[in-house]
Design a protein around this ligand. Structure first.
Ligand code: 13P
Ligand code: SF4
Length: 326
């Protein structure tokens, strides 16, 4: 088992001192580098971070994650300053659909309800009825009357998962994908399971291998009770229940840090150790320090877009976040 890297105490002190001086709350996503996760006030999945931003009373929120997460924080806490340590921290999945493309898709399906994953720009959210994250996508879709058509975007693998779970035939799925999760292939998963047939599986629903995991479970190659398709937050809850198991983890590798902290007895192994999100990793410990020292980089949302996008995010936050498939 790999040890849990510790954070330099001098770095920790300096970051926390600057944060206190600025009345700043530091939020970090589960895919951040361990040093950032250790120094943040809170670490969580995208829904948890959105909720924490909405509930915060701090005058500044420093979002250590990717740009759409900082935008969501700004939408939910418009009167606060929201900073991101690197404005280049985008998301390849969010880039798979523009507001213009969504308007064209909507025109082809008049009356359809638009459900957008939070991994989208504020401009796309402004064209959306309700947002979802991987932890509540099934609940969000189930909250929509069965006879209404749904446009689900932008992730095809999460969409396929939601379709399986809800059994909805009137769900149209945008064929976008995250380059990191799509790269965790079914073949790789099958190979790893063959090597370690007793392993538990933790699989993010954005993964290219999610369908293979269900196939393995369906064929009895991996017992269904050992196959868990979960958001990053859901994985942490499940990890605590796994004792000293060997656990194959299919998601971005930053997740391993929180999993190992949550359950030091288990042996967590990445299905694809190269599954690094280069955008998440743009947020370095040095850039977090600069962000706090220089009050950079502020994330703003055009007010006209913000009014419409906020409604879609607020509807999601109000709905709650049950695990995708425990
Ligand atoms: P979670 O909502 O599970 O935190 O996932 C966010 C994300 O970007 C996955 O790639
Ligand atoms: Fe976007 Fe994929 Fe990175 Fe998540 S892992 S932030 S979906 S590019």
């Amino acid at each position: 088992m790999t040890g849990i890297p510790a954070v330099d105490p001098a770095y920790f002190e300096e970051v926390r001192r600057l944060a206190a001086e600025r009345d700043a709350l530091i939020l970090a996503h589960n895919y951040q580098v361990p040093e950032i996760q250790e120094v943040a006030h809170h670490v969580g999945d995208s829904l948890q971070l959105a909720r924490l931003a909405a509930a915060s009373t701090a005058s500044t929120i420093v979002l250590c994650g990717v740009h759409f997460m900082a935008e969501s924080a700004k939408l939910l806490a418009p009167e606060r300053t929201v900073l991101i340590p690197d404005l280049g921290a985008g998301c390849s999945l969010a880039d798979t659909i523009t507001a213009e493309q969504l308007r064209e898709w909507k025109a082809e399906h008049p009356g359809a309800v638009v459900v957008s994953y939070v991994n989208t720009s504020a401009a796309v959210k402004a064209e959306t009825d309700i947002c979802c994250t991987s932890s509540n996508a099934v609940d969000v879709v189930n909250s929509i009357p069965a006879d209404r058509e749904i446009l689900f975007l932008p992730d095809q693998f999460l969409g396929a998962h939601v379709q399986r779970e809800t059994g909805r035939a009137n769900l149209h799925i945008w064929m976008g994908e995250c380059h990191v999760h799509a790269g965790i292939s079914g073949d790789e998963l099958v190979r790893r399971v063959e090597e370690q047939p007793d392993a538990e599986l933790l699989i993010h629903p954005e993964c290219g291998c999610a369908t293979s995991a269900l196939y393995l479970a369906g064929e009895g190659i991996v017992p269904v009770e050992r196959t868990h398709i979960l958001s990053t937050g859901g994985m942490l809850t499940k990890a605590k229940q796994l004792g000293s198991a060997t656990v194959l983890v299919a998601t971005e590798t930053g997740m391993l840090h929180q999993l190992r902290k949550a359950n030091p007895l288990a042996d967590f192994q990445a299905v694809n150790p190269k599954a690094d999100c280069r955008y998440m990793k743009m947020i370095t410990p040095e850039k977090l320090l600069t962000s706090l020292r220089e009050n950079v980089f502020e994330v703003t949302v055009d007010p006209e877009i913000a009014v419409r996008a906020r409604k879609a995010v607020e509807r999601m936050v109000e709905l709650g976040g049950a695990p995708v498939l425990a």
